[in-house]
Design a protein around this ligand. Structure first.
Ligand code: G6P
Length: 494
């Protein structure tokens, strides 16, 4: 597959414009504010807070798309990071972003919970846009520098970048699940995507199962040799591992202790009618998040009298997302239908059973919501990690509160104090919600303490340093050289 590959080295641009640390992600950490404003705002999502702390202070460059169609550049700097814009045309947006990234890969990698759509044109757009990201990174990375590529939108960048700049150390981290082989093999361009990833020196995943899926697939599909943690391919060694992402825990703790945020949390509870129990869900409005089954479960609890709107309140925040994709449009309609049915059947005048907000929240409002909620309900059908669960736990500084968590979220491997659910099992979900609502205070505190220890110890900074440390140790050299300098990932069978 890789024989005869053209290696056209493209030298970095000279001078201070280059950096020895470059992040490449689909989105930049800023996006344009709503028109007519010409201002730029920090981008939503977990990746930005995760990486801005790492880049600031290292004089790093972030290569990405501003979220706007057309040739306008984002500002050259943001909070100590240098930014380099990749421009997307309307066609790129339709075929690379909405198409291949979000209607082919996203559903395929999330257990095909919606049927993935396969279009050759979309794949060609994906490859072309990946090439542009690789070219931008090649121009700003200094000789021998490190480039960290992120997520499913950019899986071909490692290979394309290596062809342009063989001197670079290249890491790739996948934020979403990596599917089992049976699903990945459906992809008509499976060789190209796999070969793209194998251009990296280190490929990181959220959980060990995803890393194992990838290594098995590489051996089966590309003839690579090796183990789960170390693959020999194309004369190089590629290290593979699990690096569960986390949050800026100290920042959430600090906001959760702020008197104004705490006052706002009390106000939220008062506005909700001072109920006995507040149940909260916060998700991007996405069909992978299992919001519909969660609302169905609470609807049944209202119907059988376990919940009563005079005492119990559900708040569901659904952050608008990918609103031009048909699956997302119909998911929104579907959810709003269910919410209105629950309220129609069970609300009292002035006391809705489910408060539904289709909005994004600023950080302080989100933290106040976490503080106002007795039970956080996180029930994705499949999720790479789920940072909302970790944010809730970080904010519960007094050890109150309980977490109901899907066993199919990456966070389930770490947050062992949660009440686990199979989001497809309505009865099990109802039981877990009731157990979380009625847990004895002592047991509840012990569970929260256990989870908080994990989240406070393993924060986003620990995540980034563990990935970058492993990347720094990846030599990329074949195993014969490893025999001289043994590494943890090296195996005996080569
Ligand atoms: C997930 C993905 C990110 C993505 C985010 C928001 O968390 O892993 O790569 O940026 O969703 O989605 P969007 O399509 O708006 O970038």
């Amino acid at each position: 597959m890789s024989a005869g590959r053209q290696r056209t080295a493209s030298p970095p641009i000279a001078g201070s414009a280059t950096s020895d640390f470059v992040v490449v992600a689909n989105r930049l950490p800023v996006h344009p504010a709503e028109p007519p404003s010409r201002a730029w705002e920090p981008s939503p999502g977990g990746l930005v807070p995760a990486l801005s702390g790492v880049l600031a202070g290292r004089d790093g460059v972030w290569v990405g798309w501003s979220g706007e169609i057309g040739p306008r550049d984002a500002p050259g700097t943001h909070e100590g990071m240098r930014l380099r814009s990749v421009h997307l045309t309307q066609r790129d947006y339709d075929e690379f972003y909405l198409g291949f990234s979000n209607a082919t890969l996203w559903p395929l990698y999330h257990d095909a919970v919606r049927t993935p759509t396969f279009h050759r044109d979309w794949f060609h757009a994906y490859r072309d846009v990946n090439r542009r990201y690789a070219e931008s990174a090649a121009q700003v990375a200094s000789f021998g520098g490190t480039v960290w590529v992120h997520d499913y939108q950019l899986q071909m960048v490692p290979r394309l970048l290596r062809e342009l700049r063989p001197d670079l150390k290249i890491g790739f981290f996948l934020h979403i699940p990596f599917p089992p082989r049976e699903l990945f093999l459906q992809l008509p361009w499976r060789h190209a995507i796999l070969d793209g990833l194998l251009g990296a020196d280190l490929v990181g995943f959220q959980v060990p199962g995803a890393a194992a899926n990838f290594s098995r697939l590489a051996r089966r599909l590309s003839g690579a040799k090796g183990t789960t943690s170390s693959i020999e391919y194309d004369g190089r060694t590629i290290n593979v591992g699990a690096f569960p992402i986390s949050i800026d825990s100290a920042r959430f703790v600090e906001r959760a202790q702020d008197p104004e945020v705490r006052a706002r949390a009390r106000q939220i509870r008062a506005d909700l009618g001072d109920p006995e129990v507040v149940l909260l869900g916060v998700d991007r409005l996405d069909y992978t998040k299992g919001i519909d089954n969660r609302i169905r479960a609470v609807a049944e609890l209202f119907a059988d009298g376990t919940l009563h709107p005079s005492k119990h309140v559900v708040v569901q925040v659904a952050v608008p997302s990918r609103e031009e994709d048909d699956h997302y449009v119909s998911e929104r309609r579907h959810l709003e239908q269910i919410v209105s049915e629950v309220n129609g059947d069970h609300a009292l005048v002035g006391r809705p059973a489910v408060h539904y907000l289709h909005q994004s929240l600023l950080m302080d409002e989100l933290v106040a919501m976490y503080l106002a909620a007795d039970v956080m309900v996180v029930t994705p059908f499949r999720d790479g990690m789920n940072l909302i669960a970790k944010e809730y736990v970080a904010c519960r500084t007094d050890l109150s509160g309980a977490l109901v968590l899907s066993e199919f979220a990456g966070a389930a491997a770490e947050l062992k104090g949660a009440f686990f659910v199979n989001p497809h099992d309505l009865e099990g979900m109802k039981e877990a919600i009731v157990r979380a609502m009625t847990v004895a205070p002592r047991e509840g505190r012990a569970r929260m303490l256990r989870m908080r220890r994990t989240v406070l110890r393993h924060d986003v900074h620990a995540w980034a340093s563990s990935f970058l440390g492993a990347l720094a140790r990846s030599t990329g050299r074949p195993r014969a050289i490893h025999a001289v300098q043994p590494s943890a990932g090296a195996t005996a069978n080569g």
